[in-house]
Design a protein around this ligand. Structure first.
Ligand code: FMN
Length: 259
């Protein structure tokens, strides 16, 4: 069921949501423009996979020569262009981690720094991803810039930042996000929304008179140091561009891959 809510947002109400905590559990607010087919085509159901087909071909062929300066200049150029062309949160990346016995899992995190050493992100180190990174150092990330028909993948070891580096970023976080980091044991179950909100209120009270909220021990940054970076660009007839940079005995080797 879908209706327009005040302020141009579409409100999707799931009739099957549980009766307890009805407002929070049953209602999702989405900006109208994030529901492209809403109300425009009565025949296009969200599950109409056969009709979900878009063509690619926005860009000229990606030349291996674009990687002659290494992966970082092209990555930052694509990131900037994605932002300019309307990708919301172009620094959002899908982080893949795995258990030591090879069971993978993914989630989105925000890239908060990129340089020759790799990509930084911040999280709760005791979360599910944190536990997997502690047990198995390798990770992958994907930037899915679908609107601009591009994606970048990176793979490599992923290690914690120093406490000093984590602290430098922690201090830039808005106060509310700092309180939330104290209030949430990320990835652990919680009995109810009210219990979760009580945890936030407790943390707010605890730091009420404190100017600079300290960084929790269980929070910090990681750096993924890529050993493989792949640039992908959509091409006509699904004949896409893929160019890979791979670290081989200390040197970056650039190869074109078949689509
Ligand atoms: C756009 C977006 C950005 C996010 N950024 C972060 C982030 O920077 N750090 C983080 O810990 N979780 C972030 N999350 C939440 C994660 O996707 C995930 O729910 C959380 O980290 C718990 O994952 P885990 O249980 O696999 O450890 C973000 C989610 C979205 C959708």
């Amino acid at each position: 069921m879908q209706e327009n809510a005040p302020g141009g947002a579409a409100e999707i109400v799931h009739p099957s949501a549980p009766a307890t905590e009805p407002f929070v559990a049953a209602t999702v607010h989405l900006a109208a423009e994030t529901v492209p087919h809403a109300g425009t085509d009565p025949h296009l159901e969200p599950t109409d996979f056969d009709t979900m087909r878009v063509g690619y071909g926005l860009h000229e062929r990606l030349a291996a020569a674009h990687l002659s300066g290494g992966w970082l200049p092209l990555f930052t150029a694509w990131l900037d262009e994605a932002g300019r062309r309307g990708v919301r949160e172009p620094n959002a990346m899908v982080l893949g981690t795995a258990t030591p016995d090879g069971r993978p899992s993914t989630r989105t995190v925000l890239c908060k720094g990129a340089d020759e050493r790799g990509l930084q992100f911040f999280t709760t180190t005791t979360s599910r991803k944190g536990a997997q990174l502690a047990a198995s150092e390798f990770a992958s990330v994907t930037f899915p810039w679908l609107v601009v028909e591009r994606q970048v993948h990176m793979e490599g070891p992923c290690h914690p930042l120093s406490r000093e580096d984590s602290l430098a970023y922690w201090r830039t976080r808005p106060r509310g996000s700092q309180v939330a980091a104290w209030a949430s044991e990320q990835s652990r179950p919680v009995d109810s929304v009210s219990a979760l909100e009580a945890q936030y209120a407790d943390a707010e009270r605890r730091f009420a008179g404190v100017d600079e909220i300290p960084m929790p021990d269980r929070w910090g940054g990681f750096r993924l140091s890529p050993e493989r970076v792949e640039f992908w660009q959509g091409g006509r007839d699904r004949f896409h561009d893929r160019v890979e940079c791979r670290l081989d005995a200390g040197n970056w080797v650039v190869s074109r891959l078949q689509p």
